[in-house]
Ligand binder design. Structure first.
Ligand code: ZN
Length: 302
């Protein structure tokens, strides 16, 4: 038996490895979905969704995510077209969105970030992050490639730095990262969000002219097909409800430190992470009540 055990263990390890690699392959199957003429969404895991647009002059990519995601996306693009990759746009500075840019730099693309995100990426370059080859500043930049127009909208403070909402006005498709996460509660303690400015920004997004929106995180069934302004409205309503219910508890005289424990928002009980993150979301509102809004910075002088 002592002779057999190491062999048995080896088989067990091999079987475990094989099973886990199969599970890995299933979970990480790349998925490309055509959502409009020459417009595609892409994911490797359902959790990070990118967009790419094929034009007669080349391809534009929105959100590189990381090297693994970018590599798979480039392979998927190559199944559709051999046109050059001209642009890869970063939505904002965060490592989990703006990594993997080198794949598209190597493919010959210009990688683009808003100046605020660019400066942060220079100072805080993530392990898997390439410095964008170009930055842009101000509130709006328009780009055209092969007859396809793209509007880059910077709405000021809301989440992270240099957050850009992308609009394809001809097809009325928007690409929105992190500001709207359909069917899911805001992430944990809502880090790096100025909540008041977030609400203002969502109001501005609602003024934009689009019918379909692709969200980098979307827990709806139709996540790859994209959502709509209704998702933006629901996100805004959640923030308003969270704040209003928190202040209603304060008004009742509830000890503020007990509010995260006692407050429930049953209207949102079916959203993903309701049980796990609601309490943390409320702690964030409580923290704003004590400290005031943060992060905050003066408007850059122009
Ligand atoms: Zn972010």
């Amino acid at each position: 038996m002592t002779q057999l055990t190491p062999t048995f263990m080896r088989y067990l390890m091999l079987a475990t490895l094989l099973m886990s690699s199969l599970a890995f392959a299933q979970e990480h199957t790349s998925k490309t979905t055509k959502i409009a003429d020459n417009i595609y969404t892409f994911t490797t895991d359902g959790e990070y969704i990118s967009l790419f647009v094929v034009t007669k002059a080349g391809v534009m990519v929105f959100e590189t995510v990381n090297t693994s995601h970018a590599t798979s996306m480039l392979a998927e693009i190559r199944k559709i077209t051999d046109k050059p990759i001209k642009y890869a746009f970063h939505s904002h500075n965060h490592w989990d969105h703006a990594s993997g840019g080198q794949i598209f730099v190597d493919a010959g693309a210009t990688t683009f970030a808003h100046a605020e995100a660019y400066a942060w990426m220079l100072a805080n370059t993530g392990r898997d992050m390439a410095i964008p080859t170009q930055s842009w500043s101000g509130k709006r930049k328009d780009i055209e490639l092969g007859g396809v127009k793209v509007e880059l909208h910077y709405l000021g403070m809301n989440h992270g730095l240099g957050m850009t909402v992308f609009l394809l006005p001809q097809s009325k498709v928007a690409y929105i990262a992190d500001l709207v996460t359909p069917n899911r509660l805001p992430f944990t303690i809502v880090p790096d969000f100025n909540i008041r400015e977030w609400e203002r920004s969502l109001d501005e997004v609602l003024q934009m002219d689009f019918d379909k929106a692709v969200f980098s995180h979307n827990e709806s069934k139709n996540r790859m097909a994209g959502g709509s302004k209704q998702d933006v409205n629901l996100q805004l309503q959640y923030i308003k409800d969270l704040r209003a219910e928190f202040y209603a508890e304060l008004q009742k005289g509830t000890n503020p430190f007990l509010i995260p424990k006692v407050l429930k928002l049953p209207k949102y009980k079916d959203w993903l992470m309701y049980e796990e993150w609601l309490e943390m979301n409320i702690w964030r509102i409580l923290s704003d009540e004590f400290l005031g809004p943060y992060p905050w910075r003066p408007e850059p002088s122009s």
